[in-house]
Design a protein around this ligand. Structure first.
Ligand code: SAH
Length: 470
């Protein structure tokens, strides 16, 4: 961490801006908004600064910079167009232990000012360490559109109940849960829509009632194939609200960073031969945690209802009367298809697509081969790495030509993605020689030929597409 983020209380504090131009004006306005007692030192002021001075908003020291002007200041902003002066002021301020910012010169600055989204008292600050301010500003622009203007009102509303809620809920967890139900529900909407009187009455009633002990719930959330950008908004919000998260191997580490920091994390992953936690135990664990009033996030790779045992997991919850919700995710077949440039259907090559599992049951791969080997379709095999050779053999044996294009996509959508393309007869050998391991999907059908043209995701050497040479 190059810069330590803080918010500074400047009301009535003496602050100095050195410089009298446009940049100085921008900085002066911000300092005035924070209530600083502002002095501006410059031989001459830009018209708007002069105006502020004449209105008594700030004091103009019509002089050249001199070190004594720093005495007693809390904070200094340097905005002259003379580099030598800027550095002199910075050095003098440093010597006095006064926080100093030289505009557009992070190296000479003790602090930098972030791009801000002001929903006072709620404030979001974004900084790039001074290195790429444009990046910080573009993030700010996006956040501006995401954070409703009413959030400031909501924050003030919350603040006005802070003491009452604290007194009513001495326990930190109970208090946080209370706030969450209030700030994320219809009551918050009422506040932001300006219906504050009704919201106030409702809030008082809820505090009096002790916040109606909220029952726990389980959220079965599809986390997508691994790239965090492919999460849904709903998934992200629930990740940020969960009390406990149960996750398994397929959830890429980058995704877990998005889960609320103080949420408890429980690994329940199942490696095929090495069941870390049997399915029944996972089901039971979710029930137990929810009954303790916790919001349980069951994070699944891809989509929970596509080879995700989601149906089994919620059956237990339904039996036990635990409230639950299922949030769909991008299944890995969709992710792999898009990132490897292999459309799953195509007017010319495939009018249907079928998802199957290559996992053996009772020692055999039980699939409807006559249906899967018909032409003009795409078949995507999940969990088929260890059975790839048998699978490809079976496709051929049941009549799909040995020259049918086939691909394996490993770690689809992530930085580790690799794609190998060949045919039903060559793919198992290619997979072995490239060391393709789980998680990977096998895609069979003419659409695979398009990968050469349509693949756009070739981030690193490691994520290269390997096309078999004829
Ligand atoms: N519910 C998940 C599938 C779970 S089954 C989904 O909708 O995607 C596990 C199999 O999914 C793996 O064996 C692999 O075939 C596939 N898989 C999951 N994530 C993948 C990824 N990022 N790249 C390639 N295959 C993946």
């Amino acid at each position: 961490m190059e810069f330590f983020p803080i918010f500074l209380k400047l009301r009535q504090q003496p602050c100095l801006v050195v410089g009298g131009g446009e940049v100085a004006l921008r900085k002066a306005r911000l300092l005035l908004a924070a209530g600083a007692r502002l002095q501006v030192v410059a031989p001459e002021l830009a018209p708007e600064l002069a105006q502020l001075a004449s209105e008594g908003e700030l004091t103009h020291l019509a002089a050249r910079y001199a070190a004594e002007q720093l005495d007693g200041q809390r904070l200094v902003v340097v905005a002259t167009d003379d580099r030598a002066v800027n550095h002199q002021v910075a050095a003098d301020a440093e010597a006095r232990g006064i926080l100093v910012n030289v505009v557009d010169d992070p190296a000479a600055s003790r602090y930098i000012s972030p791009a801000i989204i002001d929903r006072s008292p709620l404030m979001v600050a974004v900084a790039s360490g001074g290195s790429v301010p444009v990046l910080a500003r573009s993030i700010r622009a996006r956040l501006e559109s995401l954070i409703p203007a009413g959030y400031g009102r909501l924050a003030r509303f919350g603040a006005s109940f802070r003491d009452a809620v604290k007194a009513r809920f001495p326990d930190v967890d109970a208090r946080r849960r209370f706030w969450e139900t209030v700030l994320e529900g219809p009551l918050a909407d009422a506040v932001m829509n300006g219906d504050e009187a009704a919201a106030r009455a409702e809030m008082e009633a809820r505090i009096a009632a002790g916040g109606a002990d909220r029952a726990g719930a389980v959220y079965l959330v599809g986390a997508g194939p691994g790239n965090p950008d492919l999460l849904t908004f709903r998934a992200l919000r629930l990740m940020q609200q969960a009390d406990v998260v149960l996750y398994d191997k397929l959830v890429a580490p980058g995704l877990l960073n998005l889960v609320r920091r103080d949420a408890e994390r429980v690994y329940v992953g199942k490696a095929r031969a090495n069941h870390a936690l049997p399915q029944d135990d996972i089901n039971q664990l979710m029930v137990t945690l929810a009954k303790q009033g916790k919001r349980v996030l069951r994070l699944k790779g891809g989509d929970p209802f596509t080879f995700g045992r989601g149906g089994e997991e919620i059956a237990t919850l339904a039996e036990q009367g635990i409230p639950f919700e299922v949030v769909p995710g991008i299944t890995s077949a969709s992710g792999a298809a898009a990132y490897a440039g292999i459309p799953l259907t195509h007017r010319d090559y495939a009018q249907s697509v079928t998802f199957v599992t290559g996992h053996k049951q009772d020692g055999t791969i039980q699939l409807d081969w006559p249906a899967l080997t018909r032409p003009q379709q795409t078949v995507v095999v999940y969990m088929g790495v260890s059975t790839a050779a048998e699978l490809c053999q079976a496709f051929i044996a049941h009549g799909r030509g040995a020259e049918t294009p086939a691909a394996a996509v490993e770690w689809a959508t992530t930085e580790r993605q690799r794609t190998v393309c060949g045919t039903l007869s060559t793919l198992p050998g290619l997979m072995a020689s490239h060391g393709i391991a789980s998680p990977a999907l096998i895609i069979v059908g003419e659409v695979v030929e398009l990968a050469d043209k349509l693949a756009w995701y070739r981030r690193s050497e490691n994520s290269a597409v390997t096309i078999q040479e004829d």
